[in-house]
Design a protein. Structure first.
Lengths: 222, 76
């Protein structure tokens, strides 16, 4: 599996994400935001966490209009895989690749701790290593994770089984406790929690490993 | 030419920051503040003759996130 990880000024989880992909067997290339093209034949693009462009204007707004983002959109529209975590999730909603928006946490607090997530669907190459209903512990660290969608979009997400993860204890006021959502073709996942921070027992947990392994397994055989 | 764009959360979208400001006003003894909504004012200095349509295009593409925000353009 070939992975690319985008790097914006202010990204700070880019190397963690690269390590998570590498440990699952992927070959990883880092791509600077001013580049206009992704490496050829890349299977999956990681959009990492952090504070791209200092969260100016809105979280992820400037990154979503960076030169590399046009290539990211084209990759997704061709059916390529994309994983956006935290600020990466914000970037994906700002580009329109995923529905909804991420607003300031309802309690206005920056939340930074490991949380229990419920796997809502195993029907995606991101979540096929889990069973629907599994509880997994994944760290969160964000100030703007309050996922907001209108009722119509929420109904559509539910009907299409596109809610990937929900919080057991909602930390940010997100609609329907949503922690992560899939695109219509199930190949773009955006989530606030950090699976790449849960791939090493010495860092407090390994519940994120199954995501990177199942991606590698699916994309190696593709 | 100066143009002002006001960006506000759409009606019906909960504004956590506005709520915090409302509480703080109450703590200061200001009574009867029923609601506070916080937005952004963006001032643009653009070439003379820039059309309102162009400014609206800027709003749609970057200045506002129309999923949750509405905007108003004030020319000149």
């Amino acid at each position: 599996m070939k992975a690319a990880v985008l790097v914006f000024p202010g990204s700070n989880c880019d190397r963690d994400m690269a390590v998570a992909f590498e440990r699952a067997g992927a070959k990883v290339t880092m791509v600077w935001h001013k580049d206009t093209a992704l490496p050829g034949d890349v299977d999956i693009v990681g959009v990492p966490g952090g504070f791209s462009f200092g969260d100016y204007l809105r979280c992820g707004a400037i990154a979503a209009r960076s030169p590399i983002t046009a290539s990211l959109k084209a990759h997704a529209e061709r059916g390529g895989y994309v994983l956006g975590v935290c600020n990466g999730f914000q970037v994906l909603t700002e580009t329109g690749l995923l529905p909804g928006a991420l607003m300031r946490n309802a309690n206005l607090k920056f939340v930074c701790r490991a949380l229990d997530l419920r796997v809502e669907t195993s029907q995606s190459d991101f979540t096929s290593g889990y069973n629907a209903g599994d509880m997994i512990s994944i760290p969160v660290a964000h100030h703007d994770g309050n996922y907001t969608v209108d009722d119509e979009t929420l109904a559509k997400l539910r009907a299409e089984d596109r809610i990937a993860f929900t919080y057991d204890q909602n930390p940010n006021g997100s609609t329907a406790d949503i922690a992560g959502v899939l695109s219509e073709n199930r190949r773009v996942l955006g989530m606030m929690p950090h699976p790449e921070r849960a791939v090493d027992a010495q860092h407090g947990g390994t519940d994120g490993v199954a995501m990177f392994r199942s991606l590698t397994a699916s994309l190696e055989t593709a | 030419m100066k143009v002002r764009v006001d960006v506000m959360l759409k009606n019906g979208v909960l504004d956590p920051q506005g709520e915090a400001v409302r509480h703080a006003l109450g703590n200061l003894g200001f009574e009867g503040v029923e609601g506070v909504r916080q937005g952004k004012v963006i001032e643009l200095d653009v070439a003379e003759g820039t059309s309102e349509d162009t400014i609206r295009d800027m709003c749609e593409k970057l200045l506002a996130n129309t999923v949750i925000e509405s905007y108003q353009v004030h020319m000149g």
